[in-house]
Design a protein around this ligand. Structure first.
Ligand code: ADP
Ligand code: MG
Length: 593
């Protein structure tokens, strides 16, 4: 046979392996989940391709995962009948990691270490395969892709800077298609090779994998076997010699090894919502999306009629890591299935608008073609209808959180995803009615706890027509703005818009429950308390002073006017009715710098 060829790992990989093995995980067990999820991905890929190329299945129709343990030698073998890898794919997939992924991963590692947490980083960053080295000294991957007529063996050892690839030559090791991965466990980790231990781990971690997972288990069948009566006893029992000889039976246990199904393969979204517990929904969420915390809310529904699909949606309890890509439409948060076949999780606004891209979930449709492509998704009428329904359900779910008895739930939500909803006010006119009640702001009467627009409206004075707001960079500077004086004096509540995006969002909404939003820093603020007599007198008295100030300031101001909106400050700078507010001006400046 040709000799094994030696390859160096991409530099990041060896650094990463070192990190994973030596410092990161107290919870080594995750290796099994990662390897099973790779097997499941490989089966998904095959099933998907076989829709258009059925001949791919010809050599082995069964799509499953089998795990065999050898406790005497401390080995675990994981076999899948999935898509396998070609020689080049072995090099590309197991010897390199996408640059960006690596950088992010290393950064997150550092952050999580600083925070002293033991996060589930492996799954999030697509470096799952290397978790095999958490428990193994050596890993051997023998794999056969339907694209290649040869089977190849990848072999790597912990803490090594290189790996080898050779052709599989042992006839007993040839497989029709797929991957067989053998772990040579470290001395201290040989315990994982106990069949019962593996069975338990699979049940725990991979309950929702949609392919059958079998583990190799020792079983026993109890059989009743007939035994001849003891001849001595028979003799002593002389009197009964004529009666029929009694037959005795004995129970014996016959031991043998066989594959045992370890998981349930009925997907959760096909089950009756009445029969699924919250815990099961949460487990499904955590396992499907590699999350450690329970979601804030979930929603399981079926739509019928024009378009039929089933879906389970979730609102996460934590925002994704990496604040820079806070509003990232390419999140892999929605997994699309067609007739239970996984199609894609790579969407760019087709199923959810980008401001709702934080919603996670699965969608299974019977109406889309199995070979649905990006282009089809973008143009499909069915997808448009689905999107509408999904968005509505997502809003229902968020509204549900806002009405929860536990006010803290919505506070958590708002802290994580409030920005997204404000972006929605700007981008999605059609859903203003759904978005507005979900917004939260501080106000002159509630500086500690945010209030909703409904709460504001309830608190309005009988004669008050508008919703007042002021934009500032903090609650403190909003509170100290001179514009506020008159309104406070009249006990009118003013919303404090302290997030840069707030003002734009509010301006897009324009009104709420037929009440206009009014910026109290604009020049024509009308509090409905004009006293013409008094104004005339004041004008006569200070008209010349105004002219003089305007002359002195020249181009620096548009005009100098007598105002009825101050009570204790001598003067205030306001923006023109059609001009930018001071806050907007600050924002625009910040953007152009
Ligand atoms: P991820 O699964 O996030 O892509 P991994 O490190 O877990 O990252 O795996 C790297 C790649 O190796 C996979 O994307 C896949 O292409 C390939 N791979 C891993 N395991 C298998 C397998 N059992 N069958 C086929 N390909 C696999
Ligand atoms: Mg993986």
């Amino acid at each position: 046979p040709p000799p094994a060829e030696k390859y160096e790992y991409q530099a990041e990989v060896s650094r990463l392996m070192d990190l994973i093995v030596n410092s990161l995980y107290s919870n080594k067990e995750v290796f099994l989940r990662e390897l099973i999820s790779n097997a499941s991905d490989a089966l998904d890929k095959l099933r998907y391709l076989s829709v258009t190329e059925p001949q791919l299945l010809k050599d082995a129709v069964d799509l499953n995962i089998r795990i065999q343990t050898d406790k005497d030698n401390g080995r675990i073998t994981i076999i899948d009948s999935g898509i396998g890898m070609t020689r080049q794919e072995l090099v590309d997939c197991l010897g390199t990691i996408a640059q960006s992924g690596t950088a992010k991963f290393l950064k997150a590692v550092k952050e999580s270490k600083d925070a002293g947490t033991d996060n589930n980083l492996i799954g999030q960053f697509g470096v799952g395969f290397y978790s095999a080295f958490l428990v193994s000294d050596k890993v051997v991957v023998s794999t056969k892709s339907p694209k290649s007529d040869k089977q190849y063996v990848w072999e790597g050892e912990a803490n090594a800077s290189s790996y080898t690839i050779r052709e599989e030559t042992d006839p007993g090791s040839l497989i029709p298609r797929g991957t067989r991965l053998t772990l040579y466990l470290k001395r201290d980790d040989k315990g994982f090779a106990h069949p019962e231990r593996i069975q338990k781990l699979v049940k725990n971690y991979s309950q929702f994998v949609s392919f059958p997972i079998y583990t190799w288990q020792e079983k026993g069948i109890t059989k009743e076997v007939e035994v001849d009566e003891d001849p001595v006893e028979a003799k002593e029992d002389g009197q009964d010699e004529n009666t029929e000889k009694k037959k005795k039976t004995k129970k014996v246990v016959e031991r043998f090894w066989d594959w045992e199904l370890a998981n349930e393969t009925q997907p959760i979204w096909l089950r009756n919502p009445k029969e699924v517990t919250t815990e099961e929904y949460n487990d499904f969420y955590k396992k499907t999306f590699n999350e450690y915390s329970d979601p804030l809310a979930s929603s399981h529904f079926t739509t019928e009629g024009e378009v039929e699909f089933r879906s389970v949606l979730y609102v996460p309890a934590v925002a994704p890591m990496g604040k820079d890509d806070i509003i990232n439409p390419k999140t892999k948060n929605i997994r699309l299935y067609v007739k239970r076949v996984f199609i894609s999780d790579d969407f760019d606004g087709e199923l959810f608008p980008r401001y709702l891209s934080f919603v996670k979930g699965v969608v299974d449709s019977n109406d889309l073609p199995l070979n649905v492509s990006r282009e089809i998704l973008q143009e499909s009428r069915i997808v448009r209808i689905m999107r509408k329904r999904l968005v509505r359900k997502a809003f229902d779910m968020i509204l549900g959180i806002s009405m929860s008895e536990n006010r803290g739930d919505y506070e958590t939500f708002w802290e994580n995803f409030g920005k997204h909803l404000k972006l929605g006010c700007i981008e999605d006119r059609e859903n203003h009615k759904r978005l507005a009640p979900l917004l939260r702001f501080f106000s002159s009467q509630s500086e500690e706890e945010m209030i909703s627009l409904d709460e504001y409206v309830e608190n309005m004075k009988p004669e008050q027509k508008d919703i007042y707001y002021i934009a500032a960079d903090s609650v403190t500077s909003a509170r100290n703005a001179p514009f506020l004086e008159r309104l406070l004096e009249k006990d009118l509540e003013v919303l404090y818009l302290v997030d840069p995006i707030d003002e734009v969002a509010i301006q897009n909404l324009k009104s709420y429950k037929e009440k206009n939003f009014v910026d109290i820093s604009k020049e024509d603020l009308d509090l409905g308390d004009k006293n013409e007599e008094k104004e005339k007198v004041v004008k006569e008295e200070f008209g010349q002073t105004c002219d003089w100030i305007k002359k002195r300031l020249g181009e620096k101001v548009a005009s100098v006017q007598i105002s009825n909106r101050l009570s204790s400050s001598p003067c205030v700078l306001v923006s023109g009715k059609f001009g930018w507010s001071a806050n907007m001006e600050r924002l625009m400046k910040a953007q152009t710098v």
